[in-house]
Design a protein. Structure first.
Lengths: 89, 379
């Protein structure tokens, strides 16, 4: 039993890493800029709201004067005055 | 190219463009629309995608060289002018436009430019024919006062950097024994002897060549002597005379500017602006005003040629005007020939001859009369 417990504990970090690999990675620079890694597409693009599909969830950035500064196949940089972030599953 | 995408789902267009590697620059979102910038090639690809997204594309602004060229495709003169412009720029860049000289203190810039011209470095010289290393060597040989120099061709500018050579000062060998002798006759007023044995004392009158300080010094009362390098200053009151002769009639050459003409200089080629014919010019001076744009000397300059003629005139001098002339010459003589003397008195006498005035100036000065004379030791 002891040995099994130890094995389960050892497996935990690798499982955590695996889970985190699929999760979107968000990096905020104050509330003026956010970099999102793991972007699958833009669902809504307006000055007040930008909704981004990440596969596992939809992230909505709300604010004023929002704009997409940079867009690649896997990441997006959103600028503007961000007031709220919503995570929808 | 600036465009606006309108439709039910314009965001899909962004996603599809992203997957198709279409660079959408500066997208600005709105309600069921967005505007952005793309290149011409990307817009064509985007136009094919827009059918899948049920959006319509509208071009707002066409910016860039392809559109400018397309707009002006019928203006052949513009194309020819543009081609000529680049051709002229290309041809002009083969020549030297300006010469920058740095590091000259003793040698004048004008003299340097003349010497550089003799060695092939001048405004308008063809760069490909320029042998910089040969020019540097020849320049050093010709001018003689150059320690080192380098000619760098940067674009159309010949940048000349040089360091002038300096004459080695005369080094006094203090190990060689010598005496101090009088170079002029006079009465000694002050003696400041640092090394050697005094042979005269204050108040003594000395003749020219007389021993003042001896380099042979006795060692106490041993009867032995040693040779030393005599050093010091011996000040004496000296009477000297200066004679200046001023002729009764003097002929002067008066230089007068007659006329000037201007020329447009294009990389050394002078094209006249004023079509004037100038005769009887004894000397001429050229002034070049270069056209500088953004701190760069352009190959265009205005050359003004000023011509001068010499006009002779004879004057008869009276005693007063001859006196003024003599005083001026004596003053110049005092400055350049008696700069190391303390002039105590100066008396000028004038005698008039048949053809000239003779001014005799009698000076009484205090000056250092000591002159170092080496002792020749013969075994």
């Amino acid at each position: 039993m002891k040995q099994e417990g130890k094995g389960a504990m050892k497996k935990l970090p690798s499982l955590y890493k695996e889970a985190m690999n699929h999760a979107p990675f968000l990096q905020f620079n104050s509330n003026k800029e956010v970099t999102l890694d793991g972007c699958r597409g833009i669902l809504e693009y307006q000055k007040e709201i930008i909704r981004v599909n990440t596969g596992t969830m939809i992230i909505a950035f709300k604010g004023r004067g929002l704009n997409i500064k940079c867009l690649t196949t896997s990441s997006v940089v959103i600028g503007g005055y961000i007031t709220a972030v919503e995570f929808l599953r | 190219m600036v465009f606006t995408a309108k439709g039910k789902f314009p965001e899909r267009l962004i996603n599809l463009a992203m997957l198709s590697d279409i660079a959408i620059i500066n997208p600005i979102g709105g309600k069921r629309q967005f505007s952005a910038q793309v290149s011409v090639a990307d817009y064509k690809a985007l136009y094919n995608i827009r059918r899948q997204t049920m959006t319509s594309l509208k071009i707002n602004k066409k910016v860039g060289l392809p559109f400018i060229l397309y707009k002006n495709r019928r203006r052949k003169g513009l194309a020819i002018g543009l081609g000529l412009f680049f051709a002229i720029i290309n041809v002009l860049s083969m020549f030297i436009w300006s010469i920058d000289i740095e590091g000259n203190n003793q040698v004048s810039t004008c003299q340097m430019k003349e010497t550089l011209r003799d060695n092939g470095v001048y405004i308008g010289a063809f760069k490909n024919n320029l042998d910089v290393y040969k020019a540097e060597k020849d320049f050093e040989l010709q001018l003689g006062k150059v320690g080192w120099m380098s000619v760098n061709i940067i674009g159309s500018t010949a940048s000349v950097e040089l360091s002038e050579s300096y004459d080695v000062p005369q080094i006094v060998d203090t190990t060689k024994p010598c005496n101090l002798k009088a170079k002029k006759a006079g009465q000694i007023i002050k003696m400041d002897v640092r090394e050697g044995q005094n042979s005269v004392s204050i108040g003594d009158g000395v003749a020219k060549g007389q021993l003042l300080v001896s380099g042979v010094v006795e060692i106490g009362e041993t009867g032995k002597a040693q040779f030393v390098h005599s050093e010091g200053e011996v000040y004496a009151g000296v009477q000297t005379k200066e004679v200046i002769t001023i002729p009764n009639s003097v002929s002067y050459q008066c230089i007068k500017e007659t006329d000037s003409r201007r020329m447009l200089s294009l990389i050394g080629l002078n094209l006249p602006i004023d079509f004037k014919q100038i005769d009887n010019a004894s000397s001429r001076r050229t002034v070049t005003d270069s056209f500088v744009l953004n701190n760069r000397t352009m190959p265009i300059s205005i050359v003004t040629e000023k011509n001068y003629t010499a006009q002779g005139a004879d004057y008869n001098l009276n005693k007063k005007s001859a006196q003024v002339l003599a005083d001026t010459r004596l003053a110049l003589n005092d400055v350049f020939c008696r700069w190391n003397c303390d002039i105590k008195s100066k008396r000028v006498e004038c005698t008039q001859n048949k053809n000239d005035y003779v001014f005799t100036a009698n000076y009484y000065c205090i000056e250092d009369i000591a002159q170092s004379v080496p002792i020749n030791i013969v075994n």
